[in-house]
Design a protein around this ligand. Structure first.
Ligand code: PGA
Length: 251
């Protein structure tokens, strides 16, 4: 069944004490019985163990923000999928536009990262989305299709069933500009159609497609009410417990 998910991408924010404070507030306020979706926190990797401890005692789930394509070895500064697995991490974001832009990550590299994560039973949250110039030229459908084709459509049917897609128009990330609910629905439906063409209708129907880009407590309800929007990948608004919890309650 298609899962509803709200995932908080903390990016490079929070000291240890602040992370503990935010996790405490989230864990205390998540009521298993009233949850309308899976709630995932993706803190910086140095706080993953802490987040996993909170997840053990609450309904929270934990995600990484990045993982290496390599299994292990001399890759200074990198974090492997097996390390994430050993810390009980459930999900991992890959292909965020900031990684693509600042660290030159390509779809081919992301394909390897997806493989590494799936080998270690971690669900990739694969990000895709166009920059403003591509939207203006109306080539955003092609851009997203190419990212998906090269990044995750090599996976087998079985593997693909463990993938979450996040559509994040780059022009909406951290800018306060949000895709309108219609714009989000249009491209989410397009993405679901691509999954159906590549795999089959059942897999497409069961794939969770999250929206990301200036999603907040004020606009989440309308975005999440769209037929093909299954939740959100939340940046700035995931850094405050109240706001993030409201978003998670927006279905
Ligand atoms: P934002 O970031 O919610 O701050 O726009 C979303 C993201 O980058 O995942």
């Amino acid at each position: 069944m298609r899962k509803k998910i709200v995932a908080g991408n903390w990016k490079m924010n929070k000291t240890f004490e602040e992370a503990e404070e935010l996790l405490t507030a989230l864990a205390e306020n998540l009521d298993d019985n009233k949850m309308k979706c899976e709630v995932v926190v993706c803190p910086p990797s140095v706080y993953l163990e802490l987040a996993s401890d909170f997840a053990d005692e609450s309904a929270l789930q934990v995600g990484g923000q990045n993982a290496s394509n390599h299994e292990s070895g001399a890759y200074t500064g990198e974090i492997s999928a097996s390390m994430l697995e050993s810390m009980d991490v459930d999900y991992c974001i890959i292909g965020h536009s900031e990684r693509r832009k600042y660290y030159g990550e390509t779809d081919n590299l992301l394909a390897e990262k997806a493989n590494a994560l799936l080998d270690h039973d971690i669900l990739p949250i694969f990000c895709c989305g166009e920059v403003i110039e591509e939207r203006e030229k109306e080539i955003h459908f092609e851009v997203v299709k190419k990212q998906l084709t090269n990044g995750i459509f090599h996976l087998s049917e079985d593997e693909f069933q463990n993938v979450v897609i996040a559509y994040e128009p780059v022009w909406a990330i951290g800018t306060g500009l949000t895709a309108s609910p219609d714009q989000a629905q249009e491209i989410h439906a397009f993405i679901r159609g691509l999954v159906a063409d590549k795999y089959n209708n059942e897999i497409a129907e069961n794939t969770s497609i999250l929206y990301g880009g200036s999603c907040n407590a004020g606009n989440a309800k309308e975005l999440f009410s769209q037929a093909d929007v299954d939740g959100g990948l939340i940046g700035g608004a995931s850094l405050k417990a109240d706001e993030f919890l409201k978003i998670a309650d927006s279905f």
